[in-house]
Design a protein around this ligand. Sequence first.
Ligand SMILES: N[C@@H](CCC(=O)N[C@@H](CS)C(=O)NCC(=O)O)C(=O)O
Length: 213
Amino acid sequence: MRYELHCFGESGNAYKAALMLALAGADWTPVWVDFFNGAHRSPGYLALNPMGEVPLLVDGDLTLSQSGVILTHLAERLGRFGGADAAERREILRWLLWDNHKFTATIAFHRFLLNFLPEAQRQPEVIAFHAARQKAALKVLERHLTGRDWVVGAGPTIADLSLCGYLYYPEPFGFERAQWPAIDTWLTRIAALPGWRHPYDLMPRGPVPTVAT
Ligand SMILES: N[C@@H](CCC(=O)N[C@@H](CS)C(=O)NCC(=O)O)C(=O)O
């Protein structure tokens, strides 16, 4: 196998990289991380990624973390989804940074609090805080996608793959596609790309200790 992606099915951050590999038709294999039992904090994993985060890409001698770095690296290596010119690449970086800071960061945490944190530890004020920030971030993306097909330029790029990372998951986290028409049609457009697969079809899953009913 050419690429190894350390991942787990519930990780939208890992899905960004897995989707890139799938859409590009790359030769890759997923390596399951037992995240819900703390495998990302084990000495062995920390030796690979001192940040203790998933995803992690192994490409020969190179070991990379941070989905934005992995996506950028794969775009260069595979010659896909990297943008048409320097101006587009700059714009892609802008959206990757915003995604990591404001969009995915909020959505991923909100979904985690609502679905994976043991119920006894859930705090309504914290959940409400994240719900409000998620709504504000969704508004930004909805406005940007209104009247355009892709986040940057005239075709799909890694900016799309990064931003869509959490938006196909079925667990409830206050995101109803019907309420966000531009995002909804954009997600349909991405899902129509040849090679697209749902996160739970692309990455392995193990037992999850706590899932909301
Ligand atoms: N900005 C990072 C975020 C990665 C991230 O937060 N991954 C989660 C799993 S989806 C994680 O490993 N969290 C462990 C932790 O925060 O301790 C990326 O895009 O790769």
